[in-house]
Write a protein that binds this ligand. Structure first.
Ligand code: ASP
Ligand code: MG
Length: 485
């Protein structure tokens, strides 16, 4: 690594940034621009809608053979149309199309297999889902080569991106990956090749494809940036960067130029769709900076994520950098005198729910109640599960459907007097009832639960207070971060 003269950057592109010939040409332009001054590794996710489609096929399986053939035609169409539109050289186009045909044929075999056995396993699901990324790679490699960029496909199985083997939610085994990835990729970089890696999946010790969960190619890119010791990870998006609130709720939401890793993690965990929540996991310990940049405007700075929200040396920033929200939450309240104090109750409960495959978004406990924050769709099934299995000291189960979660995020929210008071006064001034609050668990976020119908006014009120500078009566105006530079 020490002989490298040029900086090393990992770039990730996917989804809507791969959605048209124009976008794909923009991708080539930004990658060529980066390659002019840095060694680049490119990580791809699938074309827009492709993973959704593969996932719908799995859900609908077992399908009849004519259905499978028809569905695969629909999947082939956008890939082939883009190849036809973009690749002028007939040989190159043929190569790309052949690669696409071969990949679609393997999806077909997997689905036909499922139609015979009637079995759809987690293993099969991951194997089918990874084909979105696999289909994107030949197209991009062909296009980059057409522009004189010596792109080479370096799939996760070749570079040794090793996982723990958990289908659908794998984690990278950094130790195993570290030893192999550099050995494969650095020689390519020395030759000034551009390695192109499928995001979203890795290979476990037995050679099985295991995916990182939906949206997981951001995580793939972060892992590669960390294990390669990259100078920067760049994730190209079809938005400006992280915004101070969901723009569908707050039309004048602003770009947040700087975030800490912890802020980015909390924002993506609790609602900001821009980044996979686990992206910062490999980056934080290694300090590799992440830049989220708009493909449509490559000269714009976007959002930079690093150790501190001031890593660019910028002056004080409001303590609260953004408000994240999730409109699809259900709360399950388990009442009983002493539930909070009784050892083991919480552990048993979370194990029961977790083992059944449901994700607990958060837990808030008191002496007489444990409240589980769940995805809205999981509320009823989890309630049934808990009802069937849980006895004393839990005496009563209460369901709160149609709720929303709002997170007030910023380094320093816990240490800064007046943040909670200010936010609550702002909400109270709108006549909104806050049903649950969690403070202190995260050092950089307060969470609150409101009725779903109150979500827009809640987010609007907090946003006006923290970022618009309008301070409700009685609230302290302590907006400037106390964090030392
Ligand atoms: N293509 C995968 C998905 O749609 C992974 C990703 O987009 O990051 O979930
Ligand atoms: Mg994505």
């Amino acid at each position: 690594m020490s002989q490298r003269r040029r900086p090393l950057q990992v770039h990730k592109v996917g989804g809507s940034c791969l959605g048209s010939a124009e976008r794909l040409n923009q991708v080539v332009a930004v990658i060529a621009g980066a390659q002019a001054h840095a060694d680049v590794v490119l990580v791809l996710s699938a074309l827009p809608g492709v993973t959704d489609r593969l996932s719908a096929l799995i859900e609908a399986s077992p399908l009849s053979e004519p259905q499978i053939v028809e569905e695969l035609g629909t999947l082939r169409a956008p890939h082939q149309a883009l190849a036809a539109e973009l690749l002028a050289d007939p040989h190159l186009r043929l190569q790309v199309e052949e690669a696409q045909w071969a990949l679609l044929a393997s999806v077909e075999r997997l689905l036909v297999g499922a139609s015979y056995t009637g079995e759809v396993t987690p293993r099969l699901t991951d194997l089918v889902l990874c084909h979105g990324e696999r289909l994107a790679v030949p197209l991009l490699v062909g296009l980059l080569r057409q522009h004189g960029i010596p792109a080479v496909a370096t799939p996760p199985e070749r570079i040794g991106l090793r996982t723990d083997g958990v289908f659908g939610n794998a984690t990278v085994d950094a130790g195993e990956t570290l030893s192999s990835v550099g050995a494969v990729l650095f020689p390519h970089l020395v030759e000034e090749h551009l390695p192109v890696v499928e995001g979203f999946y890795g290979i476990d010790g037995a050679g099985e494809v295991t995916t990182f969960g939906r949206g997981g190619s951001d995580y793939s890119a972060a892992v590669l940036a960390a294990v390669l010791g990259a100078d920067e990870l760049v994730i190209w998006k079809d938005v400006e960067g992280f915004l101070s609130a969901d723009p569908t709720l707050v039309p004048h939401a602003r770009l947040v130029p700087q975030l800490s890793y912890r802020e980015a993690a909390e924002l993506s965990y609790f609602g900001a769709k821009i980044l996979h929540p686990r992206t910062v996991e490999p980056l934080a310990p290694t300090g590799v900076p992440l830049r989220i940049r708009p493909l449509a405007d490559p000269s714009a700075a976007g959002t930079t994520v690093g150790q501190s929200p001031h890593s660019d040396g910028s002056a004080a920033r409001p303590v609260v950098c953004a408000v994240a929200s999730d409109a699809h939450i259900g709360v399950l309240k388990l009442h009983g005198v002493g539930v909070g104090a009784r050892p083991g109750v919480l552990g048993e409960l979370t194990a029961l729910v977790g083992d059944a495959g449901y994700n607990i978004r958060s837990v808030v406990t008191a002496q007489t109640c444990i409240a589980l924050l769940l995805e809205a769709a999981d509320l009823q099934p989890v309630a049934r599960l808990v009802r069937a299995r849980v006895g004393p000291p839990i005496e009563r189960i209460e369901l709160l459907p149609d709720r929303a979660l709002v997170a007030i995020v910023g380094e320093g929210v816990l240490q800064t007097p007046g943040v909670a008071a200010g936010a609550f006064s702002a909400i109270a001034a709108e006549g909104i009832n806050v049903e649950l609050v969690s403070a202190g668990a995260s050092e950089v976020a307060y969470y609150l639960v409101v009725s779903r119908s109150d979500l827009p006014s809640t987010v609007g009120a907090i946003h006006r207070w923290v970022l618009g500078g309008s301070v409700p009566p009685g609230a302290a105006n302590r907006l400037v971060s106390p964090i030392p530079q």
